[in-house]
Design a protein around this ligand. Structure first.
Ligand SMILES: [Zn+2]
Length: 325
């Protein structure tokens, strides 16, 4: 059968685990060059047993500002038929224009908007919790549904794979990709409809969960702060200086060499930052705490977990005076 849903996870043959496309990109760029592309199979076991391949698109391209934004995503391979039980096959959803009887107009509209995104996130859980245990569990956590049964989300084992499941992630970079795609490809009105649930914080609008550094406020940090700027390296660590000021004060984000050393994916961060000479700036997204310096002249964004940092390359520098298109 053919798939009808956006495929948000696939089984990576080389890594022998299920991954989101953002996690696949991080693993890809964590390799030493020359980097090898991955092979992906469907996440549903019945499909995997039949060797049903999934295509990974643009996970071998660094996250970068681009006027023609194309998100990294998974795509069904047209040469393969999926099992009837496949989680990405849903005959009831085959015709997206026909709402089910129980659906309100607002729900139908929202569902159509979500379908425009390759990886719509329903729940973002910033608490690392069990992730810190080991490297292996860290890599897996991106796909692991939260094992806290609630009324709306029964234990994963008990769920029929065909039931609509909400997409949850701990992975900030994945949320950032989804946000960037929504920003680039939806209308303002569509974008405004999207919400995000944060455990312990409730439901917020996706747009409001991201705040540009120039609008940030001390003591109000339960959001992703972001902005463009330049990086200075300090050994394996670095200091990021935002272009925009926060109430007239310089805003920075410092990551120590020790923090980098302790982070599983520091090679990925270093790889992105190594392109500093080729790009006009970087954009960082961080979930941290704002601290004013003793002099009061500057403000720093402090992050205690590097999983709460995502970096996007800015546009390439002009070559020979020609502005890149
Ligand atoms: Zn399948």
């Amino acid at each position: 059968m053919k798939t009808s849903k956006s495929i948000t996870r696939a089984f990576c043959v080389e890594l022998q685990q299920e991954l989101s496309i953002v996690a696949a990109r991080r693993e890809y760029f964590s390799q030493e060059p020359p980097r090898a592309r991955f092979n992906f199979l469907c996440s549903t076991e019945a499909c995997r047993a039949q060797g049903v391949k999934i295509t990974g698109v643009r996970y071998d391209v660094r996250p970068q500002e681009n006027p023609t934004f194309v998100a990294a995503h998974f795509r069904a391979n047209p040469n393969y038929e999926h099992h009837a039980d496949c989680e990405w096959v849903d005959e009831s959803e085959a015709d997206a224009d026909n709402p089910s009887a129980s659906e309100t107009l607002a729900e139908t509209t929202l569902r159509k908007v979500k379908r425009k995104l390759d990886d719509y996130i329903d729940v973002f859980d910033p608490a690392p919790k069990e992730r810190a245990k080991s490297d292996a569990s860290t890599a897996k956590s991106d796909k692991t549904p939260d094992h806290q049964p609630t009324a709306s989300t029964p234990a994963p084992d008990a769920v029929n794979s065909k039931e609509p499941r909400e997409t949850r992630t701990h992975n900030l970079e994945r949320l950032v990709d989804s946000f960037r795609q929504a920003q680039a490809q939806l209308t303002k009105e569509e974008f405004a409809l999207l919400t995000l649930r944060i455990p312990g914080q409730g439901e917020v609008s996706l747009r409001a969960y991201f705040r540009h550094i120039k609008f940030a406020q001390l003591g109000d940090e339960r959001r992703v702060l972001y902005g463009g700027g330049l990086v200075e390296r300090y050994g394996t660590g670095f200091k990021f200086k935002f272009f925009d000021r926060l109430q007239g004060r310089l805003a920075t984000l410092y990551v120590s060499p020790a923090q980098m050393k302790a982070y599983r994916s520091s090679r990925y961060i270093s790889e992105l930052l190594s392109h500093a000479d080729e790009v006009r700036f970087f954009t960082v997204f961080a979930l941290g705490t704002l601290k004013a310096s003793p002099s009061g002249k500057s403000v720093s964004v402090e992050i205690d977990d590097l999983r709460h940092l995502a970096i996007v390359l800015g546009p390439p520098k002009a070559v020979d005076g020609i502005e890149p298109t």
